[in-house]
Design a protein around this ligand. Sequence first.
Ligand SMILES: NC(=O)c1ccc[n+]([C@@H]2O[C@H](COP(=O)([O-])OP(=O)(O)OC[C@H]3O[C@@H](n4cnc5c(N)ncnc54)[C@H](OP(=O)(O)O)[C@@H]3O)[C@@H](O)[C@H]2O)c1
Length: 313
Amino acid sequence: MSDRLKIVVFGANGLLGRGLVKQLGPRHAVSAFPREQVDITDQSAVLQTLEDAAADVVLNCAGFLNVDRCEKEPERSHRVNGLGPVRLAKAIGRMKTENKPLLFHFSTDFVFDGAKGAYKEEDIARPLSYYGTHKIVADEFLLNCGLRDFYILRTASLLCNVEGRDNFAKRMLTLAAEKPFLQIVDDLKISMVTLEVLAWFVEQMLELRPESGLYNAVCGGITTWNAILQTVFKELNVDREIRAARIDAMPNAALRPRNSDLDVAKITRTLNAPAPFWEHAVADHVRANRESYAALYANAVQRASINLAASSK
Ligand SMILES: NC(=O)c1ccc[n+]([C@@H]2O[C@H](COP(=O)([O-])OP(=O)(O)OC[C@H]3O[C@@H](n4cnc5c(N)ncnc54)[C@H](OP(=O)(O)O)[C@@H]3O)[C@@H](O)[C@H]2O)c1
């Protein structure tokens, strides 16, 4: 177990930000900064915050994630996903202290076009979307800017349950209460990660302090959204038909990589421990969050039956 560290989290109101604050908070001194308090594109605000906090570690959880909205608002995506991490790294570079904080930044499988799958860290990125393009701009900068202590964790399809933020399981449980069947994409081959596994990767990196650089940080095995949902429903005993849908039938603005699974050999080797297999990780995640998912589903079922009764009057 690593010592108690002073950890600053930017983008702390987001899904991953809230999740990592929840997971790491009990073991470390975590200071959480949502966008309203620190905008990562504001270099002097970032610098001031890091100096005031005398941070050992910075977790950059800020981002503009909605891939379809990034297609419509490319300037915003460029500013947040591209320039944001650049300014953050520059702020660290300008800190006067000898002991500059270790930076964690989170990248994405969307930097790939999905033509081949099993992507390794050194594979060439060919993004299909503005989101992927701007994320790779930041990754390349961090890898080449001379920053000494940093980890880019390239992750994908996060399943994270925190209060106040929606997630895939919550959305699907709500729909399951309302509809006789669900149609979920099953022709995109993806990697996924749960909050619990991603937080474990972060803790392990803090403990072992391997070489700075880029690490694929997802669960082992290839999956689909359809298979993830089957696992969630099975664990929660939700009996609702899940039909297979094709991504082409969905009204998306951004192209998605068809086969974007990430190879976990490097992180497995580095941590000397296997990345947990996705199906076990999803089952563990549901068990750890069973009460909250079950309550959400029960409320949604109750709401749906009230609505049905009202509409049949
Ligand atoms: N979720 C995934 O499946 C996934 C997969 C791969 C990689 N990642 C990466 O993980 C990171 C976190 O993603 P997430 O899922 O937590 O996304 P999220 O839920 O959308 O959270 C992103 C947070 O960043 C904040 N933010 C936006 N612009 C900012 C700025 N200029 N300065 C400071 N904060 C800003 C947002 O604040 P507002 O809400 O107030 O705008 C939001 O709270 C991102 O780098 C993302 O690319 C996520």
